[in-house]
Ligand binder design. Structure first.
Ligand code: FMN
Length: 649
C-alpha cells in the first residue's frame, strides 16, 4: 500500500484513529458571535472529515467568555448553550469516520480587553511583550475559577460528543504563561519550581480525569520556544515539561514550537525548509512513551510518511495543508499525491485571521469556509458541451477553466506565452518561491484531466475568439505593471518583472522604485548579485500592505546587505545615469547615480479589454488581477466565482 505508515491506524488512550493524520488546530473565525459552531464551521470540518483526515483537533475553543475573548467569532465551550451546535459538529465529523477533539483555550494576558471590557488575567501581571497591555495578577480565587472553567468546558465537550480534549498550553496563552519562567514570577504554589509552574495545568488534568474517567486528554506545548530571551524554554526545558505532563497521565502530547514572540517557529513562512524542526518532535518521541503528534511544515504525503518512518512522531499534524486541500488524505490513499493542492506557506490564511481580524481564506482553495455555500451538488452542470474560452493560463484562468469544465462546458484556454502559469512564472523565481511551480502543475493537471484544451503561444484577439463562437469568454489576462508615462525619461527604466525573469540584466549600482512585494523580492535578487542598491518609496515606510510575517522574513534577508532606503521620496525623472527623486518631507530634489533604474510600482487592471471584447459582440467576463490587481488568492477566487455563477442562457 502507498504510504503504509500514514495509513496504519493509531491509538490515543482508549481511542482508535483510522490513520496517522491529525488536523492541527487552526482558528478560522467561522463560529457565531456566541461562540457556537455555525453551519459554516460544520460544513468546513465535514469536508475535512470526508477528505480522510484521522483526527480533527478543532480550533482554539474558549473556556471563558468573560475574561478571554480573542476574536469576535472564535469557537467557545464556555456556556451550556454551546453544546447543542457542538453536537451537530461532532456528529457530522463522525459520520465521515474521523474523530474530533476540542482544543480548550484561555488567552490570559493575550486576551482582548477591547472585547471583554476587563483587564486581562495572567499569572504575574507581565505584559506579553514589553510596553504591551498590562494584565493583572490572578488571585488564588481567579486561578480556581479559571481552572473550573476548563473542567466545565471539558464536561460540555464530552456531552457534545467530542472524542477528547486538548489543553492549549502552547504559543504563549494562559497555560503557557503559567509554565513560563518569563511570565510566571509567582511566589506561591503556582510559581517557582517546574512542579509549581505546572500546578495550574496539572490540577485541570486531574479534575478532568476525576469527572470524565479515561476521556482522552491531549496537551499541546511548544517543544522548544526558540526565543532568545531568558525565561523562554529551550528543548531541554520543553522535555522537562513533557516528562512532567506524561506523569500526570495525559493520553498524548502535541508538539508545536515557538512562542508568542516567535510565531514563525510554529507557523512558518515559505522560506523555512520542511524538516527544519523535526529534531524537536523526535526528541519528545524518544523521551516519552505516550503518542506524539507534531506539525512539521507538512505539504505532501511523501514527507509525512518519511517523518513516520524516521520515528519523528506517532501522528503527523497537518495545518495549512488542510486549508489548501481537504482531500489531502484521500488523494494520498488513492495513490495520487500529485493531485493534492500543496500549501505554499504564503501566510494568507494567517494574514486574514491575525492581520485583518477576518475569517481565514486560502490562496489555493476558494471554497475554504464557503463549503456550505458552494456545495458541489449545487454546481449547475448545464454547460451541455457548449464552447467557452478562457484567455490567460495563470492561476485565475486555470481555476476558471476547471469549474467551467466541471459544469460541462467545452473549455479552451488561450495562453499568449509558451507555458501556463501567468505571473506565477515570475513569482516563482525569487528565493524560496520555487514551490509556486507546483501550483501551476496541479491546476494544469486538473484542467487537463477534465478535458480542457490548452493552446499555448496563442494571442487571443477578439476576432480569434469570435471565430470559436463561444457562449462566454473569460478574460484572466493578469495585470500589466504600472509605468507612469508622465515621468520624464521613464523609458530608460526597466521593470522589476524583467529583472526577476533575468531577461534584463542590471548594470552597476541600482535604484529600485517601489517596495511592494515584487519590489522587495526584486531587491533581494539584486542584492544577492552583490550590487549597491537604493530603494525609493513614496510612502513613509517600505513594504506597505505586505503582511508583517512575510515582510519581516524578506527584510531579514535584505537588511544585512544594508541597502540605502529612501522613504517618503518620489521618483521625478529617470536620467541617462540614474534617477531624480524628491524628498516629500523637505521638498528637496536629489540625484541618485545608477546604472539601472528598476520600476516596481504595482499593476493596473484592464477594464478596456473587457470593453473591447464586448464591443466585438462577445459575452465577456473580466476576472482576477485583470479586474482587481491582487495576489494568487484573488485570482483563484475570481476564476472560481465567475465560473460558478456564469449564466450562459
Ligand atoms: C490561520 C491559523 C490559525 C491557527 N490557530 C491555531 C490554534 O487555534 N491553536 C493552535 O494550537 N495552533 C494554531 N495554529 C497553528 C497550527 O496549528 C500549526 O501549528 C501551524 O499552522 C503549523 O503547521 P502547518 O505547517 O502544518 O500549517 C494556527 C495556524 C494558522 C495558519
Amino acid at each position: 500500500m502507498a504510504y503504509e505508515k500514514l495509513f496504519t491506524p493509531g491509538r490515543i488512550g482508549p481511542l482508535t484513529i483510522r490513520n496517522r493524520s491529525v488536523m492541527s488546530p487552526m482558528g478560522t473565525d467561522f463560529a457565531d458571535t456566541n461562540g457556537n459552531a455555525s453551519p459554516r464551521l460544520i460544513a468546513y470540518f465535514a469536508e475535512r472529515a470526508k477528505g480522510g483526515i484521522g483526527l480533527i483537533i478543532n480550533e482554539y475553543t474558549g473556556v471563558d467568555d468573560v475574561d478571554s475573548i480573542p476574536t469576535q467569532h472564535n469557537l467557545r465551550m464556555a456556556q451550556d448553550y454551546n453544546i447543542k451546535a457542538a453536537e451537530e459538529l461532532t456528529e457530522t465529523v463522525h459520520m465521515y469516520g474521523a474523530k474530533i477533539f476540542a482544543q480548550l483555550h484561555h488567552g490570559g494576558a493575550t486576551s482582548k480587553s477591547a472585547f471583554t471590557g476587563r483587564q486581562n488575567l495572567s499569572p504575574s501581571g507581565i505584559p506579553m511583550a514589553p510596553g504591551g497591555e498590562v494584565p493583572r495578577e490572578m488571585t488564588l480565587e481567579d486561578i480556581k475559577r479559571v481552572q473550573d472553567k476548563f473542567v466545565a468546558a471539558a464536561v460540555r465537550c464530552k456531552k457534545a460528543g467530542y472524542d477528547g480534549v486538548e489543553l492549549h498550553a502552547a504559543h504563549g496563552y494562559l497555560m503557557t504563561q503559567f509554565l513560563s519562567e518569563y511570565y510566571n514570577h509567582r511566589t506561591d504554589d503556582y510559581g517557582g519550581s517546574l512542579e509549581n509552574r505546572c500546578r495550574f495545568i496539572d490540577e485541570v488534568i486531574a479534575a478532568i480525569r476525576e469527572k470524565l474517567g479515561n476521556y482522552p486528554i491531549s496537551v499541546r506545548i511548544c517543544g522548544d520556544e526558540m526565543t532568545a530571551q531568558e525565561g523562554f524554554w529551550d528543548l531541554e526545558g520543553g522535555l522537562a515539561i513533557g516528562r512532567h505532563l506524561e506523569a500526570q497521565g495525559i493520553d498524548c502530547i502535541n508538539i508545536s514550537n515557538g512562542s508568542s514572540w516567535n510565531g514563525n517557529a510554529n507557523c512558518e513562512p515559505f522560506s523555512y525548509v520542511p524538516g527544519w524542526k523535526k529534531h524537536v518532535a523526535k526528541a519528545f518521541k524518544e523521551a516519552l512513551s505516550i503518542p506524539v503528534i507534531a506539525t512539521n511544515t507538512i505539504k505532501d504525503p511523501d514527507f509525512a510518511e518519511s517523518l513516520l518512518e524516521e520515528g519523528v512522531s506517532d501522528f503527523v499534524a497537518l495545518g495549512r495543508s488542510q486549508f489548501a486541500d481537504p482531500a489531502f488524505m484521500n488523494k494520498a490513499k488513492a495513490g495520487h499525491p500529485e493531485k493534492i493542492r500543496n500549501c505554499i506557506a504564503c501566510m494568507y490564511c494567517r494574514e486574514r485571521l491575525l492581520g485583518n481580524a477576518m475569517p481565514v481564506q486560502c490562496s489555493l482553495n476558494p471554497r475554504l469556509g464557503r463549503e456550505y455555500r458552494y456545495r458541489w451538488q449545487d454546481l449547475q452542470k448545464n454547460g451541455g458541451g457548449r464552447p467557452v474560452v478562457v484567455v490567460g493560463g495563470g492561476p485565475g484562468g486555470l481555476e476558471c477553466a476547471i469549474i467551467l469544465a466541471k459544469r460541462g462546458f467545452t473549455v479552451t484556454v488561450l495562453e499568449k506565452g509558451p507555458a501556463l502559469g501567468g505571473t506565477l512564472n515570475i513569482a516563482k523565481l525569487p528565493p524560496f518561491k520555487a514551490n509556486l511551480q507546483g501550483v501551476i502543475d496541479v491546476l494544469a493537471a486538473e484542467a487537463e484531466e477534465l478535458g480542457v484544451t490548452i493552446k499555448l503561444n496563442t494571442e487571443a484577439t477578439a476576432e480569434l475568439v469570435r471565430s470559436m463562437d463561444p457562449v462566454g469568454v473569460f478574460l484572466a489576462v493578469g495585470a500589466p505593471p504600472v509605468v507612469p508615462k508622465s515621468i520624464p525619461g521613464i523609458e530608460n527604466a526597466v521593470l522589476a518583472e524583467d529583472v526577476i525573469l533575468g531577461s534584463v540584466p542590471c548594470e552597476g549600482d541600482v535604484v529600485l522604485v517601489g517596495t511592494g512585494l515584487t519590489g522587495l523580492e526584486c531587491a533581494e535578487m539584486i542584492l544577492e548579485q552583490g550590487r549597491r542598491l537604493t530603494m525609493v518609496e513614496m510612502n513613509p515606510t517600505v513594504g506597505q500592505g505586505i503582511y508583517n510575517v512575510v515582510f519581516n522574513d524578506i527584510m531579514s534577508r535584505i537588511t544585512p546587505h544594508a541597502p540605502t532606503i529612501l522613504t517618503s521620496h518620489q521618483l521625478m525623472a529617470v536620467t541617462g545615469d540614474g534617477a531624480e527623486v524628491k524628498d516629500l518631507a523637505s521638498g528637496e530634489t536629489k540625484t541618485l547615480t545608477a546604472g539601472t533604474v528598476v520600476l516596481a510600482l504595482g499593476t493596473r487592471p484592464q477594464p478596456d479589454l473587457l470593453a473591447a471584447f464586448e464591443a466585438a459582440g462577445l459575452n465577456a467576463v473580466l476576472l482576477g488581477s485583470a479586474e482587481t490587481p491582487g495576489r494568487i488568492a484573488g485570482a483563484v477566487r475570481g476564476g472560481f466565482e465567475k465560473a460558478w455563477t456564469f449564466d450562459a442562457e
